[in-house]
Design a binder for this molecule. Structure first.
Ligand code: 3H9
Length: 704
């Protein structure tokens, strides 16, 4: 095994190289080795300057997040960085790639900073429910000022090299070999007798006392509900008035407070759940050319993702008009990404160059991966796959983007079902990161691995799911939505339901989501759904509005109306009247609902269905369900996803609440899932159940 901090010498310059793959995280052995190396080099009379650098692409991506769930182990990072800063010889940090969190703090505790062009410097702690806990809140403002520190640390977005230089964080850019450039500069500094330039010795920039209060008030309500953003502001406000030592201690205390919160545990859970390894990665086939069938919103969204992710794509549609519109959507999305700085000019040119259009299905014959995104109808999809089976070259992976149809029935029509998988993207596909990867009965391991590898390559999170109605996400959505539909019939207003669930943390209320997606879409799905519950109340409110042509935003009316001057969403009393009359016709007695009841019924329905999906093996793990719901359906990340949330709530309490709902509303929808009953009886959790299971070997069928 490599030394976690390798020490080499280049004349009078000692070079300390972080070497802890994959991202040089500051795990305990790295901290211990850094401390020992600094002490040794500081005491060595032959050494006149020190360079810190990372092995591989990154300097240091931060603290080792895995350690946050274990008892703390010395030496702690703040103490190590204090020793680094106290070093009597100039320390030059040579930054590259991910220089994040504790890595950025290590850079700030160094005396001089140079960087390569690929630098990503920032403080992503906020996305883990944390604040910079090793001096970042005290050191950064001394270089970059208060406003920059407030913005960088509450947003968590990293800076590139130009901005880092502009903010005074990085002193110089090194083109060419970073180590050589840093060593030459360190030698220059040593020979010129340059002193250590300690950031903590720099003057504290002026601040207005109200500045922090104003910044806090301007943060979105969703940030203020989280533990970290207000504490980040508090740590910075303390740094503006307290002596450095006291400010460091205050920041550390706030960091430890954040670390202990359920919200931070939830965010850390998602961090690892979202970085699931690609299954059978070695079997993935090379994809040099893709094709997308159907140039509608979904198809063009997928084409944008492929093109910006580096995969050439042919967008195919039978109609010239639809193809032109699709290609225009692709171009305008890439232009917008360039305008907003999400793509640099060269990458935007390259992405535009990767997209071609075609009016003929035969164009798919050159593709290694075909993703079908045509009309959601089994007969149409089977016909398309029949032709793809003939046209596509052997080994090409054929993916369907169906959201509810039977992947096996589609695969069988191709005549080569081993090559077929589902890739269920979420709309807008160029924005949403989730892809459910559906294994059909005959899908080969290679086809599944290819779908996962492509998802990762284009920056998406691919989650494996089984082939059952609605897969994981939409199946659970039906349980969640069922309750709000019943509450609508019981007299709850759409806006009241939405408000309660948004306050719980959902990105949007379910009625607003329905209007955005189009109520006609679900209506159509339910018409074709063979095993739909035989219940006249099931989704009756949505179906009624769809029958009346109120499809949502696209028709200006749905659960809300959108016909004001700015097209903004407004409550519509007419909807309440319509649903009330329908409820009376169906004999549903009106009642009132507290926000608490709205949230309980919706979220408990979701959890109970999640437990069923697990017990049936449709989802491989509770963590997969959490990733699906947080990335595809706007479940609040700080609650960790429905199954993590159930664990924090306590499964016995979840079970008892479901039973209580059963007593009140009948057991038709409120029979607890068997898995939930078992786990609650054992005092166990979903996470514990997962950890105790043998490695998954789902029946994936097919050959490799
Ligand atoms: C912090 O620093 C607190 C401080 O204030 C100090 C307080 C005292 N720890 O994302 P990838 C693993 S908080 C442990 O797929 P990419 C990851 O799990 C920390 N492991 O690669 C995966 O493992 P595996 C602040 C980590 O190239 C592998 O590395 N820092 C960590 O797409 C590859 O990850 C952050 O929040 C970590 N810190 O992206 C940075 N980071 O191979 C978080 C990664 O077993 N990291 N791993 O599946 C990132 O943003 C991205 O990983 C990065 C690379 C941009 C670095």
């Amino acid at each position: 095994m490599n030394e976690p901090v390798a020490v080499t010498r280049d004349g009078e310059v000692a070079v300390l190289t972080f070497d802890n793959p994959p991202v040089n995280a500051l795990a305990q052995p790295v901290r211990a080795a850094l401390l020992a190396a600094i002490e040794a080099q500081d005491g060595d009379p032959m050494v006149r300057a020190i360079v810190l650098i990372g092995a591989g692409r990154n300097f240091v991506a931060g603290a080792d997040v895995r350690e946050f769930d274990r008892p703390p182990a010395e030496p702690y990072l703040p103490a190590v960085l204090a020793r680094l800063e106290a070093c009597d010889k100039p320390v030059v940090a040579a930054l590259s790639g991910a220089t994040l969190g504790g890595g950025a703090e290590t850079a700030l505790a160094s005396h001089y900073r140079c960087a390569a062009g690929d630098l990503q410097f920032g403080f992503p702690e906020v996305s883990l429910g944390l604040l910079p806990g090793a001096g970042g809140t005290v050191r950064l403002p001394r270089l970059a000022g208060w406003q920059a520190a407030l913005e960088l640390m509450t947003a968590g977005r990293p800076l590139g090299i130009d901005a880092a230089i502009e903010f005074g964080i990085v002193d110089r850019r090194v083109d060419g070999d970073l180590a050589a450039g840093a060593i030459a500069w360190a030698r220059e500094l040593a020979r010129a007798g340059a002193p250590p330039r300690r950031v903590l010795d720099l003057p504290v920039p002026a601040s207005r006392p109200a500045q922090f209060e104003e910044f806090l008030r301007a943060l979105p309500a969703s940030s203020l509900r989280l533990p970290a953003p207000p504490r980040i502001v508090e740590a910075l406000a303390s740094a503006a008035i307290l002596p450095a030592d006291a400010a460091l201690a205050r920041a550390r205390a706030l960091f430890l407070e954040c670390l202990a919160t359920t919200e931070s545990r939830a965010l850390r859970h998602l961090f690892f759940a979202e970085r699931r390894a690609v299954p059978d990665a070695g079997l993935a086939r090379t994809v040099g050319q893709a094709a997308v069938l159907g140039a509608g919103t979904m198809g063009s969204g997928i084409a944008i993702s492929l093109a910006t992710g580096g995969i050439p794509v042919i967008l195919v549609d039978a109609k010239q008009e639809a193809l032109d519109a699709g290609l225009a959507r692709v171009k305008s999305a890439i232009d917008a990404a360039e305008r907003k700085g999400r793509l640099d000019a060269d990458s935007a040119v390259a992405a535009r160059g990767r997209v071609q259009g075609s009016l003929t299905l035969a164009a798919t014959s050159v593709a290694d991966l075909v993703i079908e995104a045509v009309f959601e109808n089994l007969a149409v999809k089977r016909e398309v796959f029949g032709r793809l089976g003939q046209l596509c070259r052997p080994g090409a992976v054929l993916a369907t983007n169906t959201s509810t149809l039977d992947v096996d029935a589609i695969a069988d029509a191709s005549g080569r079902p081993a090559d077929v998988v589902g890739m269920h993207f979420f709309s807008p596909a160029n924005v949403m990161r989730l892809v459910e990867i559906v294994r059909g009965r005959a899908s080969s391991l290679a086809a599944i691995a290819t779908a996962h590898a492509v998802s990762k390559r284009i920056g998406k999170i691919g989650i494996p799911v089984g082939n059952a109605f609605g897969f994981v996400g939409n199946r659970m959505l039906y349980a969640y939505g069922r309750e709000k539909e019943l509450m609508l019939l019981e007299g709850a207003r759409p806006e009241t339901l939405d408000k309660a669930l948004v306050e719980f943390g959902m990105a949007m209320g379910p009625n607003a989501v329905g209007d955005l997606a189009g109520l006609d879409i679900g209506f159509q799905v339910r018409r074709e759904w063979q095993q739909k519950p035989d219940d006249p109340l099931f989704y009756r409110a949505s179906d009624l509005l769809a029958e009346l042509g109120r499809f949502g935003q696209k028709t200006g009316r749905g659960f809300y109306r959108y016909d004001g001057p700015g097209g903004e969403r407004m409550p519509d009393p007419e909807v309440t009247d319509l649903i009330r009359a329908e409820a009376a016709r169906l004999g549903v007695a009106p009642r009132s609902h507290s926000p608490n009841e709205i949230v309980s019924r919706s979220i408990l329905a979701l959890i109970n269905e999640g437990a069923r999906v697990l017990e049936e093996g449709i989802a491989e793990s509770p963590a997969d369900i959490d990733v699906i719901w947080c990335n595809g359906y706007g479940f609040p990340r700080h609650r960790g996803g429905p199954m993590f949330y159930a664990d924090t709530f306590g499964l016995p309490a979840v079970l008892e609440s479901i039973r209580a709902l059963g007593r009140e509303h009948g057991e038709r929808y409120w029979t607890p899932a068997a898995l939930l009953v078992t786990l609650a009886g054992e005092g166990a959790t979903f996470a514990g159940w997962q950890a105790a299971r043998p490695a998954q070997d789902p029946d994936r069928g097919g050959d490799a």
